[in-house]
Design a protein around this ligand. Structure first.
Ligand code: GLN
Length: 491
């Protein structure tokens, strides 16, 4: 029997059903793994006792044949999802000791299907970042290393703790949130699958808000099948989130037929950006070849407004963030630093509570929303956003899915790109247009760089057509047959 921490969710589900091991044994193996990966700083809060108690309840349900879809499956939760009675920090000092009195809808959905909570994972502060370097709880280290080079690498971000935990075999799956790439980019950099569903598919209720028109929860797993299993449990209409969409949730796993013959795959020429490493281009070509071999029809398409996506995102996202973060005023949540007057207390609290990147976003956001600049920046960015969505709409008249690289490069060393916010923002050049358009996207581990680091391919689907997206991703995953293990796990 393979080690319990190396199973897939589908494999663990089968093993539990066949009584090869108990949910308790599965949870114990993962609790031990949590301890072993502590040097990575992937978790802000471990919930070992809760995990063991939940696993005991799972064993009882399994014995009564009342198993949910994720019965006994140990999962890691990005510390942006509110968890009832369990500290939720958003990796910020300002929420450092916040204990929510309620449960987010997505996590409640997971527990309802029997999942087991291992803990709350580290992230960039308020999910702002691409490296996990902006966390007030310190950076997360990737379990991967370059060949012959022992420098510590980033896992990507903002869902870096979730990515590292799954890649390092300390959780069978995890959840993240993706506002501009925060599930797909750390997925690609860490050699796992990361999926952002269509905006509105998963409820945002109880998720600490970053940019509300872009934020979307999604699964991070070691296989596409596992992502399909998790998404079915996470998704669904929620009257508590007015942007959650009242559509039935299909059985995503049943969509994985392995047959994508006749599927039309778009290759957007604008994603061939200047200075893109040859390895990324080669990976993309490989992906095209795999899909052709699987019987797809490849079409060149144009998404002409792509080059405006990052600038538009870095107006819209900070604008919404500055508004969402206004609630952290030292009165209602978390940190308070006393002052001479109310205004002084606000200023001292926010100055002490927010890190540098969050302050930068609040400054940019309030600037682009201020009288006199609103039309020039915010309204303009909204118009650009509409054009970008239109580009995709036109493309989907001709194609069923779009294939692109997931990121413009592999994981970088901890500390690299930190003094250059623009270089950091470039990480999301291929993922941000998908958020601006509300579409579903998935990154699939597809190859290694010459120095042994994972690279991902991204597939983008039609709105609410996660089934086709997952079906295509499953075929690409099988063709890529990515088997590499991070240095930490391979030993
Ligand atoms: N890296 C992007 C940013 O910093 C996206 C973050 C995210 O998706 N949460 O805004």
């Amino acid at each position: 029997m393979p080690s319990l921490t190396h199973l897939t969710i589908a494999g663990a589900r089968a093993g539990l059903a066949a009584r090869e091991f108990s949910a308790r044994e599965l949870a114990e193996a993962h609790v031990k793994a949590l301890e072993e990966i502590r040097p990575l700083n992937a978790f802000i809060t471990e919930t070992a006792e809760q995990a063991l108690a939940m696993a005991r309840a799972s064993d009882a349900r399994l014995a009564r044949r009342e198993a949910g879809w994720l019965e006994g499956i140990p999962l890691a939760i990005k510390d942006l999802f509110c968890t009832d009675g369990v500290r939720t920090t958003a990796a910020s000092r300002i929420l450092g000791n916040f204990v929510p009195p309620y449960e987010s809808t997505v996590t409640a959905n997971l527990w309802r299907q029997g999942a087991v909570m291992l803990g709350k994972t580290n992230l960039d502060e308020f999910a702002m970042g691409s490296s996990n370097m902006t966390s007030a709880f310190g950076p997360v280290e990737s379990p991967w290393r370059r060949k012959g080079d022992n420098r510590k690498l980033v896992p990507g971000g903002s869902s870096g703790g979730s990515a590292a935990a799954v890649a390092a075999r300390a959780a069978l799956g995890a959840i993240g949130t993706d506002t501009g790439g925060s599930i797909r980019q750390p997925g690609a950099l860490s050699g796992i699958v990361g999926m952002k569903p269509t905006y509105g598919r998963c409820s945002r209720w109880g998720v600490v808000a970053f940019a509300s028109s872009l934020d979307q929860p999604g699964p991070m797993t070691r296989t596409v099948r596992d992502a399909a299993i998790m998404l079915r449990a996470m998704a669904g209409h929620d009257p508590k989130d007015s942007t959650s969409v009242p559509r039935p949730v299909p059985d995503y796993e049943a969509a994985l037929t392995g047959d994508i013959r006749g599927l039309k795959v778009g290759i957007p020429k604008e994603y061939r950006i200047d200075g893109m490493p040859a390895e990324i281009e080669a990976l993309w070509q490989q992906g095209i070849a795999w899909m052709k071999e699987a019987g797809c029809e490849i079409r060149d398409i144009s998404l002409p407004h792509t080059k405006y996506a990052l600038p538009a995102y870095y107006i819209v996202a900070p604008a919404e963030a500055s508004s969402n973060l206004a609630r952290y005023d030292g009165v209602r949540y978390g940190l308070r630093v006393e002052g001479e007057s109310l205004i002084d207390m606000y200023e001292k609290t926010r100055g002490a509570g927010f890190g540098a990147e969050v302050r930068r976003r609040v400054l940019i956001g309030t600037y682009v929303l201020s009288a006199g600049y609103y039309d020039a920046y915010y309204i303009k960015a909204q118009k650009v956003r509409a054009r970008i969505a239109e580009d995709f709409e036109k493309a989907y008249r001709e194609v069923d899915v779009i294939l692109t690289p997931a990121t413009p490069g592999p994981a970088f060393a901890i500390g690299e790109k930190m003094d250059d916010p623009i270089a950091m923002y470039l990480n999301d050049v291929f993922t941000v247009p998908v958020n601006l358009s509300g579409l579903p996207g998935i990154s699939v581990p597809a190859g290694l760089t010459s120095d042994g680091l994972p690279l991902g391919l991204q597939l983008i689907g039609r709105a609410f057509d996660e089934e086709t997206l997952l079906r295509a991703a499953d075929v690409v995953e099988k063709a890529a047959a990515f088997k590499a293990l991070p240095a930490m796990v391979a030993g």
